[in-house]
Write a protein that binds this ligand. Structure first.
Ligand code: NAG
Ligand code: NAG
Ligand code: NAG
Ligand code: NAG
Ligand code: NAG
Ligand code: NAG
Length: 290
């Protein structure tokens, strides 16, 4: 059966549509009067303005609780991690004595890494500090900014300084230097008033035998208290991280040697099972020699 509606001509449909969009008789636009549209528009305007205001307010309150200088969430860093330089893939330091390209990239990384430690640069930027004491620069009510930092001279790295060193940190002779640094933790009194040191061991018995003798710079792998506390990048503009260099004198060639270095400090735990970089770092050494 065909209904009346379905019999409408095309012209009628178009006419009805036009009238829906704008009905001159009732002065309605899309079935509503101008006032009605105005109300709807006003409602949404107010509604969105309110949402925007609420969002902005929440954001502002959140931002007030954040400090410019101290990360809000750094509790997981309470135990500073250790890292090595040159930092390589899989933390394996490979020195192939018959392929200079294998170690030249390490040397390039180290040259760049140690440049800020040049004595001349340190003398220009940083203070000579009293060893064995924290270099505290409290605000005492007034903002004491920026903070000064202590000198760590490249020459303190002795045979690993790379200065007038034809062996390129020992890489060309198979006696490589590996540098150990501790990640920065703001306001951490590392060492709790006692000098810290870094020690390295072969991981297993065979590693210990293959590792051979090594020398540490500065002596005993000590890290002085004067490099702490660290006040953050924004305050402590010229801060220079202390380093410990380890020169491996006679690693057994052609085997992989697993080395683990850790920091000894009464307030740094090095036995966190979940975080293998907590106060320690493990890496592999391989000297290839035909
Ligand atoms: C060491 O270098 C030599 C010469 O380029 C190469 O034949 C050899 O495979 C390399 N060994 C390793 C373990 O990379
Ligand atoms: C740092 O010292 C090294 C070695 O003496 C030198 O080659 C380099 O140009 C120095 N860098 C700067 C920035 O002084
Ligand atoms: C670092 O080197 C500079 C320039 O040679 C020297 O004046 C300064 O005393 C040294 N600083 C330390 C802490 O050894
Ligand atoms: C940082 O080093 C520059 C020289 O490079 C020096 O002029 C400036 O005073 C130093 N700032 C601080 C806070 O040690
Ligand atoms: C370090 O020693 C000073 C003075 O003896 C003391 O006031 C301070 O609390 C000590 N700090 C730590 C972290 O033990
Ligand atoms: C390193 O530090 C530990 C504990 O702080 C201490 O027992 C040890 O004698 C130190 N080692 C060296 C070589 O100074």
């Amino acid at each position: 059966m065909v209904t009346e509606k379905e019999k409408k001509t095309r012209g009628q449909v178009l006419e009805e549509w036009k009238e829906f969009v704008w009905n001159p008789r009732t002065r309605e636009f899309m079935g509503r009067t101008g006032t009605s549209w105005a109300f709807i528009l006003l409602f949404y305007l107010v509604f969105y303005a309110f949402l925007t205001a609420l969002f902005t307010l929440t954001m502002w309150v959140m931002l007030q609780t954040l400090s410019d200088h101290i990360p809000t969430y750094q509790d997981q860093l309470a135990t500073p991690g250790l890292m090595i330089r040159p930092k390589t893939e899989n933390l394996e330091v490979l020195v192939n004595l018959s392929d200079s390209q294998s170690w030249k990239k390490h040397v390039e990384i180290l040259d760049k890494f140690l440049e800020p430690y040049n004595d001349s640069i340190q003398a220009q930027k940083n203070d000579v500090c009293r060893p064995g004491h924290y270099y505290e620069q409290p605000d005492n009510g007034v903002l004491n900014y920026p903070k000064r930092a202590c000198q760590f001279n490249r020459t303190q790295l002795g045979d690993c300084s790379g200065l007038s060193d034809p062996t390129h940190y020992g890489y060309s002779t198979g006696q490589p230097c590996v540098f150990i640094k501790m990640n920065r933790v703001i306001n951490f009194y590392a060492g709790a008033n006692q000098t810290m040191n870094v020690t390295c061991v072969g991981k297993r018995n065979e590693d210990a035998q293959n590792l051979g003798d090594f020398a540490m710079f500065p002596a005993n792998g000590n890290i002085d208290l004067m490099y702490y506390p660290y006040y953050g990048k924004k305050f402590h503009v010229n801060y220079t991280q202390p380093l410990v260099a380890v020169k491996f004198m006679n690693v057994t060639p052609n085997v992989e040697v697993n080395v683990e270095c850790r920091i000894n400090a009464v307030n740094i735990a090095t036995d966190d099972e979940r975080d293998k970089f907590a106060g320690r770092v493990a890496f592999k050494l391989r000297i290839v020699k035909i």
